[in-house]
Design a protein around this ligand. Structure first.
Ligand code: BJ8
Length: 425
């Protein structure tokens, strides 16, 4: 990585502790990613993004701030980035995916809080992530109890705006969400000093839809008999989608897909012909959480799709682009976002239906339903997911994990046994 010490210092980061993180990440990335054989050349871009993860993009955000733009940090795929970009702001995902930040979170949160929340709070309070320093405002939401309370703690250190997400999917809930998006729009206008107009919102809807289209195109390759890209690489791209510049990300992902088209024509795949195909469902895998993909794929199986927010929940369903009025666009946004199936909704049959549909679309041989430790929502829903899959004759393994490597051996044994149970093709 180039030298960004001055920038980090200006962001009032804890340089000494941050140095420790900079030391471990390249090693982990090398072990998990660069050790793969037969990767598409287009992965070079995403390798570069990771190698400069705390440098290039933060420097761009700071430049944009100098030019008057505001940066909004988000933690959930329900927050409509379109509103932020329409007002000339920049939205960037902030979810923490590393154990490195967890002890910092545990200084103020109960140990029995999910690692995603602990890592996110720790990254801010310990001053060890530039993205958490740069964001002018955090945008929280009322999804789970842990997050709701964490916003109150974070709000003592940084401006936090909380969107009130409905927890049911009745018609009035979509109305409520449309109103909530409207309130968010007003706050974003105040913050940026810019008006959201039908013109700039239409452009922002296209911008984010195009990112969704590129990701959908990428995931389509994973439906093929022998995918030309690994699950690990697809996960990395999904994770980077949350904070890269959307225009550049879309261009680079489409360029990669052009290369994948050629690979398919040339009959190049990345897995052994008899590799078992796995669908991962459950809680999100924020960067740099690559543990499960690495275990599954190093056991010779293929992760072919993630029914996760770092996966299909992020990009499935486009916002209707035919609306011409602000009200119509806000309604279209509300309708699209309410199609996401998070376990914070009750009932949430749509998620179970999605998993079954995806099993077919991606020709999965089995499902691994993953829960981040202390996430009650997905843990409890796991019972219904697993029972329903069982009834449909779809093999399913439920797992709970966190950000440490302590359980890697145990996970490897259980996943290995599950793959064995799936048998050979
Ligand atoms: S739409 S999954 S991004 S809330 S933080 S719920 S793991 S205890 S992240 Fe999420 Fe939005 Fe839903 Fe997706 Fe559980 Fe942890 Fe809460 Fe979490």
């Amino acid at each position: 990585m180039a030298d960004y010490r001055q920038m980090w210092q200006d962001l009032d980061m804890d340089l000494e502790t941050h140095d420790l993180l900079c030391e471990v990440l390249p090693q982990a990335f090398g072990d998990v990613y660069l050790s793969q054989e037969n990767r598409p050349e287009g992965m070079g871009y995403y390798n570069f993004v990771v190698s400069e993860i705390h440098g290039v993009r933060p420097a761009e955000l700071i430049e944009a701030q100098k030019a008057g733009a505001k940066v909004f940090g988000t933690f959930c795929v329900y927050v409509p980035d379109e509103i932020v970009f329409a007002a000339g702001g920049i939205a960037t995902g902030l979810c923490g995916g590393s154990q490195f930040w967890v002890p910092g979170g545990e200084k103020v949160l109960p140990t029995g809080t999910c690692p995603l929340i602990k890592a996110s709070v720790g990254a801010r309070l310990d001053r060890t992530c530039p993205f958490f320093r740069i964001a002018d405002m955090y945008v929280g939401e009322t999804t789970c109890d842990g997050k709701k309370k964490a916003w109150e703690i974070l709000a003592e250190d940084v401006p936090v705006y909380v969107m009130d997400l409905p927890q049911m999917k009745r018609p009035q809930d979509t109305d409520d969400w449309a109103r909530e998006i409207e309130s968010f729009l007003i706050r974003v206008e105040e913050m940026t000093g810019n008006k959201v107009t039908p013109e700039n919102l239409a452009a922002a809807i296209k911008l984010i839809n195009n990112k969704r289209r590129a990701l959908a195109r990428l995931y389509d390759f994973r439906k093929l008999d022998n995918p030309p890209i690994s699950g690990k690489d697809a996960l990395l791209i999904s994770q980077i989608a949350f904070y890269d510049d959307p225009t550049r990300f879309t261009q680079m992902t489409n360029a990669l897909c052009d290369e994948l088209d050629k690979r398919v024509k040339d009959g190049i795949g990345v897995y052994a012909k008899d590799a078992r195909r796995i669908l991962l469902s459950g809680t999100p895998l924020a960067i740099p959480n690559w543990k499960l993909h690495h275990i599954v794929e190093s056991l010779g199986a293929a992760v072919v799709v993630e029914e996760m927010c770092t996966g299909i929940r992020y990009f499935e369903n486009l916002v209707d682009e035919s609306q011409t009025t602000l009200d119509g666009m806000i309604r279209a946004l509300a309708e699209r976002y309410m199609k996401i199936n998070c376990a914070c909704f009750t009932p949430n049959q749509g998620r179970i239906d999605d998993i079954k549909r995806l099993v077919k679309e991606y020709q999965a041989d089995g499902v691994i339903d993953v829960n981040l430790k202390f996430c009650t929502l997905y843990d409890v829903e796991g019972f219904l997911v697993e029972r329903s899959l069982k009834e449909a004759g779809i093999p399913c393994l439920g797992l709970e994990t966190d950000y440490t490597d302590e359980d890697a051996g145990g996970l490897r044994t259980r996943i290995g046994a599950f793959l064995e149970m799936l048998g050979s093709k």
